[in-house]
Ligand binder design. Structure first.
Ligand SMILES: *Cc1c(COP(=O)(O)O)cnc(C)c1O
Length: 398
């Protein structure tokens, strides 16, 4: 029996069974649909990409996996070299893990231990955003602010070591004024809060956060698991404001295999570096640096770079604006757009009941949640396919 995610098994509708997938299309036995979700925002190059398929096929004939404890291999070395060269600033030190949630856990552990290693034991608090989503594991649930996890708060009470603030500069300044001595890090999904409702905010908030973090010696963590690799219309938001720790996941492998990276700058790395074994980073997921994942991730980054994906994303944004600007309905609260993301927020979640089936019948796979209907398409989508996705969203309200 499969236990499916985020759903009541008793009332869940039968999931569509996918028998094939290619480009932006998912195939069931009797339908084909454009995947407007990119399999949870990860399949940026589309399905069955020949270059990515080949990367895995050629690696699997050597070896699929060897552990990184005491061993290393070419795919993980090439990927970390590539990320070092590709990521901005001195974000050069790459810790691999198997999922975004774990990579966020690693980032939080790094930030805490960084201060412990320096003997600053009072820095135990994490600053994070309201409506934040950072993953499904325990610490990520705590720094997140997702209604689905409020049962955790009910069981354990609010965590005294996590402070949530809205994406507003006065709240940010106040939090730093009040808590700066106890803060070890500020973690954000930069510019675009995904699972918390596709909420978009201004870069000036992040610029101010960077200043305050510098002023008070607090580490700034960007969780770019969702925003990394172009989703906001920037390669990485870290290109605009440089964090101390960057977390990548989802699109890192082009959506082929779960893998993630927690990338630290030199200052953070140096906080662990030395002769004392007690100052080492105590983490090591079994499948970190998996050779198949690293091989496909390397090719994914190369494709992104060589085939000028940023221009593809600008085109997606342009078409989306053209098609969605001025689209309104009394049931719609707001239409938001940024890079390769568009979200229609409705007042009442009932408004979206039945939309998934409607989209299916219009050849589009969509997965609205709460009050949000959205699209985060694979970047290889053609203009007419994107228009079909957006037309389907609009048609629902007619
Ligand atoms: C999806 C997501 C995660 C969790 O990644 P998993 O691979 O599902 O564990 C963490 N942070 C953000 C911003 C995400 O969107």
């Amino acid at each position: 029996m499969i236990w499916y995610p985020y759903q009541q098994m008793k009332t869940m509708k039968e999931p569509w069974k996918i028998v094939d997938a290619e480009g932006v299309y998912l195939y069931t036995e009797d339908n084909k649909m454009i995947d407007s979700v990119s399999s949870w925002w990860s399949v940026i190059h589309g399905y069955k990409h020949p270059v990515l398929n080949e990367a895995i096929k050629s690696q699997v004939d050597r070896f699929s996996h060897v552990m990184l404890g005491g061993l290393t291999h070419e795919p993980v070395q090439l990927l970390s070299d590539k990320l070092q060269q590709y990521l901005p600033g001195d974000l050069d030190y790459c810790f691999f893990s198997d999922s975004g949630s774990v990579a966020v856990e690693v980032a939080l552990k790094m930030a805490l231990q960084y201060y412990m290693n320096r003997g600053e034991k009072h820095r135990t608090k994490v600053l994070s955003l309201t409506n934040a989503y950072h993953g499904d594991t325990f610490k990520t649930m705590e720094v997140g602010d997702d209604e689905d996890y409020h049962f955790v708060l009910e069981a354990f009470g609010p965590n005294k070591n996590v402070i949530h603030i809205p994406t507003e500069v006065p709240a940010l300044e106040e939090a730093f004024e009040t808590y700066h001595e106890e803060l070890n890090c500020f973690i954000v999904e930069p510019l675009l809060q995904g699972a918390g409702g596709m909420r978009m905010y201004d870069v000036s908030f992040l610029q101010r956060a960077r200043q305050l973090c510098d002023q008070y010696g607090v580490l700034l963590i960007f969780d770019e698991v969702a925003t990394g690799f172009g989703r906001t219309g920037n390669r990485f938001v870290a290109d605009l404001v440089l964090p101390d720790i960057l977390v990548l996941g989802k699109a890192l492998t082009g959506g082929y295999i779960g893998h993630a990276a927690t990338v630290a700058n030199k200052k953070v790395y140096d906080g662990f570096y030395g002769d004392d074994p007690n100052k080492a980073l105590m983490h090591g997921p079994t499948f970190m640096g998996n050779a198949l994942a690293c091989s496909v991730a390397l090719k994914s980054v190369e494709l992104f770079e060589q085939q000028n994906y940023m221009s593809k994303i600008r085109k997606i944004e342009e078409i989306t604006k053209r098609e969605m600007d001025g689209f309104a309905d009394e049931r719609i609260k707001e239409v938001r757009m940024m890079g390769g993301c568009v979200c229609v927020e409705v007042y009442d979640s009932e408004t979206l009941q039945g939309y998934q089936q409607f989209a299916y019948e219009h050849g589009v796979f969509s997965r609205p949640f709460l009050n949000y209907m959205y699209a985060m398409v694979p970047y290889v989508i053609k203009e007419e396919e994107l228009v079909q996705v957006l037309d389907t969203m609009k048609a629902w309200f007619r």
